[in-house]
Design a protein around this ligand. Structure first.
Ligand SMILES: O=C(O)CCC(=O)C(=O)O
Ligand SMILES: [Fe+2]
Length: 217
């Protein structure tokens, strides 16, 4: 049984051509993207400041540029306990912004337990992704999340925008400013291309991908 349908659009660094997008929503997608870039820049600035870095550090590293929008449609599921809307995973990129409708089902793992992220009208969910965990040298942790099977007669709809490094071929690793004798690098450096190749060849199971790039301590 198909649990959900997805609609994915590449927004950057090279956007999908306007006339290749479904006509019914192309203007809205472009407008949403413009707002997401503004929001992403503000969020990344705050995350940098939280690490004691210049507010523009992540932007300089092209982290605003690689954007993908994924819309998910989770239909009603008569036996939700037998299935999942989306299996547990962490998002591979830097940050993710998620808009969800009123149905609910998104859960995050906290202290080993799954907590419901009940929808709040007008609110967005912001996830820290694996690349931000790596670049922050474990100061920020990517969040494990999943979506339960939908028990409501109404469909669940969500729209995620993933912020990834636009530069897929340079090496990324813990930022040098955050490495010291007391806090040595936790991860080796790798390209985002290499990271995504591994992401797509493994089963999505929690945090195993990021662990692959850990240096043995
Ligand atoms: O549907 C959601 O709320 C979450 C989607 C998600 O986690 C993803 O696309 O990576
Ligand atoms: Fe996700």
């Amino acid at each position: 049984m198909k649990l959900r349908s997805d609609f994915k659009v590449r927004l950057g660094p090279t956007p999908t051509e306007f006339d290749k997008m479904p006509e019914v929503c192309r203007r809205e997608v472009m407008e949403w993207d413009r707002e997401m870039v503004r929001l992403g820049e503000a969020l990344m600035g705050l995350m940098c400041e939280g690490l004691g870095l210049d507010a523009g550090r992540l932007k300089e590293l092209t982290c605003l540029e690689g954007r993908i929008m994924a819309s998910h449609y989770y239909p009603y599921c008569p036996q939700p306990e037998l299935t999942m809307g989306l299996t547990p995973h962490t998002d591979p990129g830097v940050l993710t912004v998620v808009l969800q409708n009123q149905v609910g089902g998104l859960q995050v793992k906290h202290d080993g337990a799954w907590l419901d992220l009940n929808p709040v009208p007008g609110a967005l969910v912001i996830n820290v992704g694996d690349m931000l965990q790596v670049m922050s040298n474990d100061e920020y942790k990517s969040v494990e999340h999943r979506v339960a099977g939908n028990p409501c007669r109404e469909a669940r709809v969500s729209i995620a925008v993933f912020f990834n490094p636009g530069d897929r071929h340079s090496l990324f690793g813990p930022l040098p400013e955050l490495i010291s004798a007391e806090k040595p690098a936790v991860y080796k450096s790798f390209t985002f291309d290499e990271f995504m190749t591994r992401f797509f060849t493994k089963e999505l199971d929690g945090k195993s991908l990021i662990n692959f790039f850990k240096l043995s301590q």
